[in-house]
Structures are given as C-alpha cells and as structure tokens.
Design a protein around this ligand. Structure first.
Ligand SMILES: [Zn+2]
Length: 464
C-alpha cells in the first residue's frame, strides 16, 4: 500500500471537517470549497466524494473533493460586475520594488489624499512590510478614489493580523474625506493537510522535499521523535511517514502552516505514532502515542541538532564508541558550529575549559544523571546554576582540547559513573491517567479513524 501511494501521490491535500471542533463547525459552510492543489483533473474526477449525509454522523470523517485553488481575482471581478453601489474591488500582489504609489496605481487607485495618508500614518505604513507575492485588496469608487484597503500582515496558523484602511465620510456636507487605519485580528480557516512518503536514497531532507513537506513541519517531526529516534543515525532508506498538520487560510489564501496534529513514522520496521493533545483541564498540550503515553523522554537521543547541514555529515555511520573503556563517552561527528542541545532539563553545573576536553559544559539532571559536552567551539550564553530545558541550545561543535577534528564528545553519567548513552534503556515517559486518559482515548480513536479512512481512500484512488 505504501509503495503504491508513493508512486501515485507526491502529496495529498485534503480538508477534513471535524464536527467536534467548534472552529470547523462554525465554518462548515465556508469549507464547502476545499483548497486542493496537486490532483490532475482525471485524478480529481476519480476521487469519490463522501455522501452528503456524512455530515450527520459525528464520527464520520469528511473528505471533500479537492479542487484547484479558487481564483480570487475571478471572484472579485464577478463581485465588481455585480456591484451596483459604484464600488469596485481589485486585488493585486506586492511586487519586488513596489512603492505605495506603484501599488496603488496597479490597484487602479488615483487618490493623492489616500496615498499621503498611507505614507504618513504609522499603522498604514505596515503596507511597507509586506513581502512580494502578498495580496492587497482595495475597494475603489467610480472616481478611482480609495474606499477601503486591506492586507494580511501574517500571524499564526489560526489567526491573522489584517491591516484595514478605511475612508471616513466628511462630518458635514462639502467637507473632506478622512482616513483611518487599524489592525484587526481575524480567525483563519484551519485546514488539515496531509503529506506522506518514504525516505529514499537521497536522504531524509531531500525525501521530505520530494513529498512537499514544509520545512516547519519537518522540524516539528524531528522534535516530536527526538526522545526515541536519533535522526542522524536511525533514519534509513525505506522508512515511511504520514503527517497530518494544520494550515491557516484567509479568504482562500494560504497564510501559514501550523502544528502537526498526527504523525506516523515507520523507522526500520518499527511503527511510531504521535498525536497532539491538550487535556481539557488546561494542562499544556503535548504529543502522545495513540494509546496515551507521552512522547517526551527524559533525554534526547542525540545532543547534536539535526539540520540539513549536519544530516549529510558522517554518512550513516553510528557515533564512534572507540576505546569505550578509557573513553567514557561517545563522539558525534558534526560540522564545526553545529548546534549542541541540552539532552534533558537540567541545571548548568560547569561552563568553561578543562584539560583535554577543551570548552566543556556539564549539566546536572534530576535523579543523579549528568551529561558532559566537550570540544565546543563556543558556548551559548550560559552561566553556572542556570536552568536549561531539554532541546535548548547550549553551545556549538568545535575541536578545542584534544580533538583532531570537529566533533562533540558526549558523556552520560549516572551517579558520576559513565554510561553508554546509546545503549542506556530509554526511560519510559508518564502515561495519561483518569479523566484525561478517557478524554484522550476518545479523541485519539476519532483521529485514528480519520487517518485510517484516508488510507482506505488513498488505496481506492491509487487503484484507478
Ligand atoms: Zn570523545
């Protein structure tokens, strides 16, 4: 199944309406047009659409037919034609080198007063911060004067900041128009998007690129599994992944990607699954296995950040354990300057130089554990006694002390006795209990049924 998926879909994009999610329920009508991209027409035609009454079954995941992104401009032109108030709506995208004058000209605005206002008003000047490609919409009256203008200034996946500039009618007849500018917080439409694929001979990052997984989603994936998988050494060709993540849209236009809500990774034939869950009692959200065990572990599998740059370094070799008895640590090959991360929550016990170790950091963890990071080129800003969190940047790989080339010497000690961190049994994470567990299981089974449904759906499509 996976292989046929791999061949057929570089990427899938679907919208699920979650009847239990008030944000989705509220927007049900707006979601009747799903934003899809990659399907060919034939593929889109082959896709079944769930029966209309699927909405009535709260557990039935809803797959909508994926359509090409609606052309906003066409819609706006229709609006224009339909408009009988003598107000026209135009949309343009910011271009490199645009000034307010050139942008307004393209929008068809001929209004020196409005232009002067935008240039002077601190809020309206937010227009200057737009990146090329970002959309700006204007309402214009029959004299080409600006009635209103709006632009999305960004935000997170669930909400946007929108710049709104509006003309204010004169207080008394014959007076001048004035303008006002404000920034409004607006809810985005949250869509679930899905990506799946496999790790091929080109390595992890290239494979993720080929499956069109956005970088911010890839980084979340690495972080979610960082307690159980060392991406430098454990990821292998043939590993497969399936990711469901949120993406925010505003007026049909993509705003930004959000959180990974569910993820599966088959790594060397072991299945890892994680689900984002925020308990209803107000506890902070976290990733859990589908049966309610936290994904968080007391220690990361690797103290070296996994990035595009470091991923190609040292091939698929495991870290060097040479002369373990004398060495007491593990050497991680990595380019000079690679980020070194605290492998667990800790207090900084030592930052400085030691003979042989060069620049070294010692972290003291709970329950008698300590970790050592040596040969660093430099430190992040740290002082002794400071608290650091798991995954926090503490320094950079180097070759200070007795080191022949850049690498991280890492020691893991229990009651000051060196242990081999690569073979130390993973300490299990806490499990949800009581009411949280009951709530979680009902949530996870609903989510799991959606993912499974997508799987069936894919197979049906792939066989066409
Ligand atoms: Zn070493």
């Amino acid at each position: 199944m996976w292989s046929s998926l791999r061949e057929v879909f570089a990427r899938e994009l679907v919208v699920l309406v979650d009847p239990t999610n008030p944000q989705h329920t509220r927007r049900r009508k707006q979601l009747t047009v799903a934003i899809g991209t990659v399907f060919t027409l034939g593929m889109a035609a082959a896709m079944g659409v769930a029966p209309r009454n699927a909405y009535d079954d709260p557990l039935a995941p809803r797959v909508q037919q994926s359509l090409r992104m609606p052309d906003l401009r066409a819609q706006l032109e229709q609006l224009t034609e339909a408009s009988d108030a003598g107000v026209y709506v135009r949309q343009e995208r910011m271009q490199r080198g645009d000034t307010i004058a050139t942008l307004l000209r393209r929008l068809g605005v001929d209004d020196p007063d409005a232009q002067a206002f935008i240039v002077k008003n601190p809020t309206a000047r937010g227009l200057f911060n737009l990146n090329p490609g970002q959309a700006v919409q204007a309402e214009i009256d029959s004299s080409n004067l600006l009635v209103s203008l709006q632009a999305n200034l960004g935000g997170d996946a669930s909400a946007s900041r929108e710049l709104v500039i509006e003309r204010v009618a004169p207080r008394k007849e014959g007076g001048d128009y004035t303008y006002k500018a404000r920034i409004a917080a607006v809810d985005n439409d949250l869509h679930y998007e899905m990506a799946s694929g496999a790790i091929d001979a080109h390595g992890f990052f290239r494979s993720m690129d080929n499956a069109n997984v956005p970088d911010e989603v890839v980084n979340q994936m690495i972080s979610i599994f960082s307690g159980v998988i060392d991406f430098h050494h454990d990821i292998a060709r043939g590993d497969r992944f399936r990711i469901v993540y949120e993406a925010g849209f505003r007026d049909g236009a993509f705003v930004r990607n959000g959180r990974v809500v569910a993820i599966e990774l088959i790594n060397r034939n072991t299945l890892y699954q994680a689900l984002w869950y925020a308990p209803e009692d107000g506890e902070p959200g976290a990733y859990y296995t589908f049966d309610g065990r936290s994904m968080k572990r007391p220690f990361l599998r690797s103290p070296v950040a996994f990035t595009r740059v470091s991923s190609g370094f040292g091939g698929r070799e495991h870290p060097l354990h040479h002369k373990w008895a004398q060495h007491k640590g593990v050497d991680f090959a990595a380019p000079q300057g690679t980020k070194v991360l605290a492998t667990g929550d800790a207090t900084v016990q030592f930052v400085g130089q030691q003979n042989g170790y060069g620049n070294i950091i010692v972290l003291q963890h709970a329950n008698g554990y300590s970790t050592f990071y040596a040969h660093l080129s430099r430190f992040a800003s740290l002082r002794e006694g400071q608290h650091v969190s798991q995954g926090e940047l503490i320094g950079y790989v180097g070759s200070t002390g007795w080191a022949t080339g850049p690498h991280l010497h890492y020691e893991f000690r229990y009651n000051n006795v060196p242990q081999n961190p690569m073979t130390t049994t993973l300490m299990e994470a806490p499990t949800l209990t009581g009411k949280s567990r009951t709530e979680f299981l009902s949530y996870s089974s609903a989510m799991l049924s959606r993912i499974n449904m997508l799987r069936t759906y894919n197979v049906l499509t792939a066989s066409n």
